[in-house]
Design a protein around this ligand. Structure first.
Ligand code: NAD
Length: 262
């Protein structure tokens, strides 16, 4: 029997088979979970629906996470199929491409607001809307990045939004903790996905992380997914309000690592 047998969860943020959310969905399905999916925009529907079907998705509905009514509609859809929600994966972020290069102080007011609402507030709104349906022992996971803690090239306003997201995780953990509902973030190392393609010089960031992380390689979607599974399942039963780094140890390196002798 899989560790997620009988668990019902919503996965937000699948864009294609490279998405971190998709790797998490595959891992949850493998362990026996029932899944509901959302997609953002018509063009995404063509990609997400077949993926959802592949893992026997119970529903697959549109959702602009910045739209309160859309988020409520997802919860209402879940209520048609299930009498509770056991887990949620929030794997959503957005900033305008032009904000992810150049000087941080050139961030526009509108660009700041867009990144904050799309990447941090959506998590708050999602938790509030889902709260009445969340079961005792439920678990919520979101995705963050090291740019929340450190200045990383080109990450700019997204770093600020991820810092806000990680703070939101702590406040949400306190709100939901008394009901034995856990809220955590995974700070993933860089992975080549659609969202990452918007970050300036992303290839260079990948190479830098590979060459300077203690493990001398980059993380995979599947490795992030296995950590998400742990947090969503029984393995994470006493972990909440946390941001776990899944980045081959890159975050512990304070300067360019000395090349190996051998
Ligand atoms: P991705 O492009 O596959 O996923 C991003 C998703 O966000 C897409 O499905 C997109 O449709 C969705 N989205 C954006 N705005 C939305 C909105 N308003 N409503 C609903 N959905 C919306 O890329 P990914 O790399 O899998 O990104 C998933 C998460 O992982 C993001 O939060 C990202 O910041 C985070 N992350 C990515 C990396 C990386 O290097 N790829 C590293 C650390 C953290």
């Amino acid at each position: 029997m899989g560790m997620m047998e009988g668990k019902r969860g919503i996965i937000l943020g699948v864009a294609n088979e490279r998405s971190i959310a998709w790797a998490i969905a595959e891992a949850c399905a493998r362990e026996g979970a029932q899944l509901g999916f959302t997609f953002f925009g018509e063009t995404m529907e063509k990609r997400v629906r077949p993926l959802a079907e592949k893992v026997g998705g119970v529903f697959c509905c549109p959702c602009d996470a910045t739209d309160d009514a859309d988020v409520q509609a997802v919860i209402d859809e879940a209520a048609k199929h299930w009498d509770g929600i056991d887990f949620i994966v929030h794997s959503i972020a957005y900033a305008k491409k032009e904000e992810l290069r150049g000087k941080f102080y050139d961030t526009s007011k509108e660009g700041f607001e867009t990144a904050m609402i799309s990447s941090a507030y959506t998590m708050v709104n999602l938790c509030r809307s889902a709260a009445p349906m969340l079961t005792e022992g439920a678990s919520i996971v979101t995705l963050s990045y090291l740019g929340a803690e450190r200045v990383l090239p080109h990450y700019n306003v997204m770093g600020v939004a991820k810092a806000a997201l990680e703070a939101c995780v702590r406040y949400l953990a306190v709100d939901l903790g008394p009901r034995n509902i856990r809220v955590n973030a995974i700070s993933a190392g860089p992975i080549k996905t659609l969202a990452a393609a918007g970050i300036g010089d992303f290839k260079e960031i990948l190479n830098w992380n590979r060459d300077n992380s203690p493990m001398r390689r980059n993380v995979t979607q599947q490795e992030v997914a296995e950590t998400a599974l742990m947090l969503l399942g029984p393995g994470g039963s006493a972990i909440t309000g946390e941001t776990l780094h899944v980045d081959c140890g890159y975050h512990v390196v304070g300067m360019r690592a000395v090349p190996e002798e051998d």
